[in-house]
Design a protein around this ligand. Structure first.
Ligand code: HEC
Length: 150
């Protein structure tokens, strides 16, 4: 390898390390929201007293298995789609509600009807964290409003 090429290579590596070490406040905040969203998804029961057959509190991950990365399962055994592209296919028409709903409305419906808990308010930090987490799952997925869950 020529000396100039080595210099470029070393420079590129140094730049990479610098970018990682000095991540912008915006990306740090977003990463933090995603992390908090994942934690809420896996641990928060939203004030519900429901428990699963193993006596554990109900959380989003009770139905949306492995943080929503794989096909989910309802307590009655019915399979439901994963959440890997959920953030990319809302807004969607919801046949049961007879209207177009946003991702936030879907989350609130799941907390109300699935968890039997108190849904996070629109515009709340909890809602922003959950939406950030679901957005991170769908990162790179094709945006297609009204699309099919995978
Ligand atoms: C008791 C089971 C249950 C729990 C708990 C639950 N959900 Fe759901 N969730 C469902 C069902 C059922 C659907 C609809 C799946 C279908 O038939 O399309 C759904 C759909 C969704 C969708 C839309 C997926 C898509 O692409 O259409 C999102 C997003 C979602 N849930 C997020 C959450 C979040 C976030 C939580 C926790 C706050 C949660 N859910 C808790 C049962 C549940």
């Amino acid at each position: 390898m020529k000396k100039s090429r080595i210099t470029v290579l070393v420079g590129a590596i140094a730049l990479g390390i610098t970018t990682t070490a000095f991540a912008s406040p915006a990306s740090v905040a977003l990463a933090h929201a995603v992390q908090k969203g994942a934690h809420i998804f896996n641990t928060d029961s939203f004030g519900s007293h429901e428990r699963n057959i193993h006596g554990q509190h109900t959380t989003c991950s009770t139905c949306h298995i492995d943080g929503g990365r794989v096909m989910g399962r309802l307590p009655n055994g019915k399979r439901i789609p994963s959440l890997v592209n959920a953030a990319a296919i809302f807004p969607r028409y919801n046949p049961k509600m007879h209207k177009v709903i946003t991702l936030e409305t879907q989350i609130r419906a799941c907390v109300h009807n699935g968890l039997l808990g108190h849904p996070p308010a629109y515009g709340s930090q909890t809602m922003a964290d959950l939406v950030s987490y679901l957005g991170s799952l769908a990162h790179g997925q094709r945006v297609m409003i009204g699309g099919k869950p995978r």
